[in-house]
Design a protein around this ligand. Sequence first.
Ligand code: HEC
Length: 142
Amino acid sequence: MHKFKRAFLAAAAAVSLVATTGVTSVVQAGEWPTEKECKAGAAKDGDNIIKGWCVAVNRRGGNCLACHQAMVNPWPEGFPTGGNIAPPLVAMAARYPNRDDLRAHIWDPTEKNPMTSMPPFGKHKLISEEDIDLLVDWLLSI
Ligand code: HEC
């Protein structure tokens, strides 16, 4: 789809959400499952964004929140907040206009920063290529 059209559709969706719920985020408010709910299959019928979130919160998967906070709203009730040894995952679409750059950072962050404590998830096959794509879908939504 043409970029402009996509932006327009996203804006239209946001406007209709605001109109119906008063919420300004395009993300489905209140639908972020906890790790436990993810394991119980919360993402099974969900879209890629929810699936990507489930990869991020899985301590045996991405475990991204061990180090990062993530700007999802509202935060799932009773769910531990993210770590603060890494920059917060926020405004990703604005900061990564090129999807491949974001994917590359998750695949192997040592390319950009050899001293980073972030594991090279793709290079060391810590998570699957499919899960990395789902993570990128989720990240670009927050
Ligand atoms: C062990 C800690 C740790 C884990 C786990 C971790 N990160 Fe990171 N991450 C870091 C640190 C430290 C940085 C800052 C240095 C750098 O850029 O690599 C970083 C940087 C980043 C960046 C680039 C900085 C930015 O805000 O643009 C992204 C994107 C990112 N991480 C995503 C993820 C995702 C997605 C996961 C889960 C799959 C993850 N990280 C897991 C420590 C971690």
